[in-house]
Design a protein around this ligand. Structure first.
Ligand code: IPT
Length: 942
């Protein structure tokens, strides 16, 4: 979706996919802890120092385990990111008007203390609207009952969002870089491009400033500059207008189809601000239900090389937010129903189970480079080397102060997977060189010339630079290239240096005029020590992509090996390493250390011929998870019985609704109008039969992929899909979620009392992507009923009491949930024995067991709950230690559900309680605990 595509065309594309889917602040002598944040057309600055912001998106609300926030943020940092982009989800914190919760899993102050501690810059994105495939797009469900258009300056909506901002902004403000914290940018609204109201956009910023926000304010424009307004000028304009780009779109079933939505080059929206790729695609919504591994492939290393590097050099952007770094879990009722299911793994570089992937490796290769090489934060377009092969394209930028050049080398046709070679004639600040380059398959490189690299002068290289460090007076640099490709590196010296090839095959030539030329093929890891020549000693490491990915950088300490280095530093000759290992392996530290500690314990280490410190570390002990046995079972739908006492339930008798979608006839049966916003809702319709009722005609909206079920006088009439409204924007006068149920002959007798019981699941609330209000205010629950010609009295019951710990999205209105059967305190041991694999009739069936885990404290074993496929139309709600961790839908793609430590006690007793909601006779499959990985290391998760 590029420049000349029309907004409407894009809206269509997105709806198909998505419905399927200050002038620079002068630096002043800093007081302790306070800093100036500024920006100009090149980059952000902190105390006048340029910052290239390389951030990954993280949603704390999708990881209900604050202890593991540290795990994920350390992994993000270790990938070379220097920042995170964080949405703050209004709906997640506010169960009711005026009620806000920032404790426990909602403690965002704790989250920002962590980013402060880890030194990760934060782009804070509190909406008020966030989209993000989260229920209501972040708008709280109670807002559905507030009249007036959301995302506008309507007075009711204004009062609501101002209250949210009055709560969230001060927490964010406290953690700004300007106050010694981590928040460097504040993003207002989200892709606010349709049905816009500039006064609203302006007011969000006015509120933010009033609440103490003094960092630059940005906006993430949808998709490209053809979307207007861009909020670059005029009323509501922000300081740093950014663009969201998803060039691969969201069809993970075809991971080899590239650039569905265009070239993905971020446009500069303001001449005075840096080009900002506010959201750049890193993963995808699994729109076509291909599984997230396919999404990871769709946005895999080759795509990342070609698109991210093109974007870097073509756009000259210096601010990036990769969406997502870690996707997480739509636990509870967090999912927006149209696009996503329980897992929000997203095909991100870090999986839902917190594991690192090939995409993570590529992020590391690019992230370490962009955050190491300072001249990249200030570049202008420059003369590109001439390519002797038209199939190989070059493009260049250069730093106007240092002259350092950055050259993009890629295929002219980015979709090709040919191998191509070309001689480049390259005018660098140090001379003109003719150098060969190879592109193997889909590939792109950013090459550097004219760079003062620590104590060295890098004249030019056709390898890519991973990173370089200076420890003691010694430089270490890591170069890499595609396995088997040729490479040349030219360094400058005052006099002939001594060159020792410690490992690998590297040819060196010194020409009298100070030029040292190294020629090699990228194979394994070559090591070259260069001393003398009037410069500090250099250890040059030249490897393949795979070898490059084995390096970790923490401050000035470079480490090689292990599966993750969380932090490393050399203190008084001791290398202090925090690392994770999936298996035994070497750890090599590049720095002047003679001793090593690993995860707090001394480990034997020796000095190598490269002058590095090498240790061999043990892997994890094997871990066995218990099988789930000794289940107890209980029936969970007494509401179907004619005798059930519903006298405490609310009478559904409203004749009007505040929402923009009006029912065809009263009463209003919408669940939200009675305060039931999440999960299942029961209805009971009482009437005196005429005896001539033949059919019950209902309409219900569950949100996509939901069902509702109907009983008459205890007799099951059947189920219907409640999410199949043709268009989520359409008013409901087109009979959404129709269900026509035959009344069996003889079931109703004239003059006798009858009761219709209806169980409606709420799969979550739609987003408000186009700011038209209809979409997110689409009702949930019954929206129409024709049963009898006699009057019907309706009663309704959803969630009984909000869970103060787990919050409004965790508990719904099933009988067992209302009675607390899902909680660890429930006395489920007194239920009769019964396994969740037994054949069941339509209704709700509860099962509970407990499992004791004994995962060693120094190991990280991410656990999932696995569901074997069963037979029949059923779905299973998962409660672990009382937390709703998702819903298995038989026949749907997701069979493994992440149970993060923190929710799970890795060293103790856990209750697993399931509610099987069967729409037809079913025989559910088995349920088991599975280990998604086993690592020595991890972070403590109490
Ligand atoms: C963009 C949204 O800003 C973000 O919240 C999320 O929904 C993302 O898409 C998709 O996962 S919307 C853009 C793709 C039109």
């Amino acid at each position: 979706m590029r420049a000349n595509s029309k907004p409407t065309a894009i809206i269509t594309a997105v709806l198909t996919a998505a419905a399927l889917l200050m002038a620079p602040a002068p630096s002043h002598p800093a007081q302790a802890e306070t800093h100036n944040v500024g920006y100009d057309r090149y980059s952000l600055t902190v105390d006048g120092q340029r910052v290239l912001l390389w951030a990954g998106e993280f949603h704390y609300f999708r990881l209900p385990s604050p202890a593991l926030w540290r795990d994920v943020l350390e992994k993000i940092k270790a990938a070379g990111f220097n920042g995170v982009s964080l949405y703050f989800d209004w709906a997640y914190h506010s169960a009711a008007p005026g009620k806000y919760d920032f404790t426990g899993v909602r403690d965002v102050d704790r989250l920002l203390r962590l980013t402060d501690e880890l030194g990760l810059y934060v782009v804070a994105r509190p909406g008020p609207y966030i989209n993000a495939e989260t229920t209501g797009g972040g708008l709280p469900a109670w807002l559905k009952t507030v009249p007036g258009r959301a995302r506008s300056s309507d007075p009711n909506y204004t009062a609501a969002y101002r209250d949210w901002l009055a709560h969230i902004d001060p927490i964010i403000a406290k953690h700004q870089v300007t106050r010694g914290g981590s928040v460097i940018v504040y993003n207002a609204e989200n892709e606010y491009a349709a049905n816009t109201d500039p006064a609203y956009m302006e007011d969000i910023q006015r509120q933010a400033r009033a609440h103490g926000i003094d960092v630059p304010i940005s906006h993430n424009q949808c998709c490209d500059a053809s979307w207007t307004p861009t909020w670059a000028t005029g009323q509501g304009a922000v300081q740093i207008p950014g663009v969201d780009d998803y060039p691969q779109a969201f069809e993970c079933r075809e991971p080899d189809v590239w650039g569905t939505w265009g070239e993905g080059v971020t446009e500069r929206l303001s001449p005075d601000a840096p080009a900002y790729a506010a959201e750049y695609q890193a993963g995808a919504i699994d729109a076509g239900r291909a599984g997230y591994d396919k999404c990871r492939e769709l946005t895999g290393p080759k795509f990342m090389k070609v698109y991210y590097k093109s974007n870097l050099i073509t756009s000259g952007a210096t601010m990036f937010g990769y969406y997502m770094a870690f996707g997480g879990t739509n636990w509870g009722r967090l999912a927006q129903p149209n696009d996503v299911y329980t897992s929000y793994d997203y095909g991100a570089p870090i999986t839902e189970n917190r594991q690192l992937t090939a995409n993570y490796d590529e992020f590391k290769r690019q992230g370490l480079f962009v955050t190491t090489v300072e001249p990249l934060a200030k570049t202008d377009p420059a003369e590109a080397p001439a390519s002797a092969n038209p199939a190989v394209r070059t493009e260049a930028r250069a730093n106007p102060d240092t002259g350092t050049q950055f050259v993009l080398v890629r295929h002219a046709d980015r979709k090709t997977d040919d191998d191509q070679s070309a001689n480049l004639t390259w005018n660098t600040p140090d001379g003109t060189y003719t150098l060969p380059v190879n592109l193997k398959g889909r590939d792109a490189k950013v090459l550097v010339a004219g760079y003062d690299m620590g104590g060295q002068r890098l004249a030019a290289t056709t390898s890519e630079l991973l990173t370089h460090t200076t420890a003691g007076k010694r430089d270490t640099a890591v170069l890499y290239g595609t396995e088997g490709s040729a490479g040349t590196t030219i360094l400058r010296y005052d006099s002939r240096p001594e060159v020792e090839v410690l490992n690998g095959s590297v040819k060196s030539t010194y020409s009298g005029d100070g030029e040292l030329r190294l020629d090699y093929e990228h194979q394994g890891l070559a090591r070259v020590r260069i001393t003398g020549g009037g410069r500090a000693p250099l250890l040059l490491l030249i490897g393949t992509d795979a070898e490059a990915a084995k390096f970790w950088r923490s401050g000035e300490t470079l480490v090689r090996g292990t599966d993750l280095v969380r932090s490393a530093q050399v203190r008084n000759g001791t290398a202090v390493i925090r690392a994770d290992l999936a298996k035994a392996g070497d750890i090599e530290v590049f720095g002047s250390a003679s001793r090593m500690t690993l995860n707090g314990k001394h480990i034997r280490a020796r000095t190598t011929s490269s002058g590095t410190l090498l240790a061999h570390a043990k892997g994890p002990r094997p871990v066995k998870l218990p099988s789930l046995k000794h289940w107890h079972a209980k029936q969970g739908a007494p509401e179907t019985s004619p005798d059930f006492d519903d006298s405490s339930w609310k009478v559904a008798d409203h004749t009007t609704t505040a929402g923009p979608i009006k029912p065809k006839s009263p009463p209003v049966l919408y669940a939200d109008d009675y305060g039931f916003h999440h999960g299942h809702v029961w209805y009971r319709g009482h009437f005196t039969a005429t005896g001539s009722e033949k059919t019950v005609n209902l309409n219900a909206i569950t949100g996509k992929h939901g069902v509702y079920q109907v009983w008459l006088n205890g007799h099951y009439l059947g189920s219907a899909a409640g999410g199949e409204q043709k268009d989520a924007d359409a008013p409901i006068n087109e009979n959404p979620g129709p269900g026509s149920f035959t009344v069996p002959a003889g079931l109703l007798q004239k003059g006798q009392k009858a009761v219709l019981s209806v169980l409606v699941e709420n799969m979550g609330h739609n987003d408000d992507w186009t700011a038209d209000d209809h979409r997110h205010k689409q009702p949930r629950g019954l929206v129409g009923a024709e049963i009898t010609t006699n009057p019907v009295t309706w009663r309704i019951q959803g969630t009984r009491a909000e869970d103060p710990v787990r919050g409004p999205l965790s508990t719904g209105g099933l009988y067992g949930e209302r009675e607390g059967w899902h909680l660890p305190s429930a006395r489920t041991g007194s239920w009769p024995s019964g396994a969740p694999t037994a054949t069941v009739q339509p209704g709700v069936h509860w099962y509970s067991t407990s499992a004791r885990l004994a995962i060693p404290e120094d190991q990280d074993v991410p656990v999932t709950l696995h569901f074997d496929k069963g037979a029949g139309d059923y779905r299973t709600l998962i409660f672990v230690n009382g937390w709703n961790m998702g819903e298995y839908v038989n026949g749907e793609i997701q069979q493994d559900f992440t149970l993060p430590d923190g929710i799970l006690h890795p060293g103790g007793r856990n209750t697993v309680t399931l509610a099987v909601v069967a729409a037809g006779a079913s025989r559910p499959g088995g349920v088991s605990l599975k280990a998604a990985a086993n690592l020595r290391g991890g972070v403590p998760a109490p």
